[in-house]
Design a protein around this ligand. Structure first.
Ligand code: AMP
Length: 119
């Protein structure tokens, strides 16, 4: 694999060094439950390769960005979110509130989620 960062929490999950509750794995993506869920369903979808955020992923490997979205869509279906709807978020950078700098889509659902931003 081209991009791996041994100091990155999510790269260590991909490597199996840190446990995670995996809900779907493909050759190039991984989906696992968030350790601090903000909704009844809260899954993180990542590329296995290390890209720090959605901008570097989209620039570096748009096909892989598409695979992340495809995995998110499949997990939305397997988690039963298609009927009620769900939310997908890529927090990016400081203003975006990003805490883990390995790109991840938050997939949230299972209840009405309310307004997109706190008011
Ligand atoms: P963000 O603020 O968008 O960078 O989101 C990082 C997310 O990673 C947060 O929702 C955390 O709860 C989640 N998280 C941190 N450590 C772990 C872990 N070991 N396993 C699963 N999720 C984690």
């Amino acid at each position: 694999m081209r991009n791996v960062n041994n100091d990155c929490l999510f790269c260590r999950i991909v490597a199996g060094d840190i446990p995670a509750t995996v809900v779907r794995e493909t050759e190039r993506t991984l989906a696992f439950r968030d350790i601090n869920p903000q909704a009844p369903v809260h899954v993180l979808v990542i590329p296995k390769e290390h890209y720090s955020d959605v901008v570097t992923l989209a620039e570096g490997d748009p096909g892989l960005a598409a695979e992340v979205l495809t995995t998110a869509a499949v997990v939305a279906e397997t988690e039963g979110l298609l009927t009620g709807g769900f939310r997908t978020i890529f927090n990016t950078g400081g203003y975006g509130g990003q805490e883990v700098f390995h790109v991840h889509a938050h997939l949230l659902g299972g209840t009405p989620l309310g307004p997109m931003l706190a008011r």
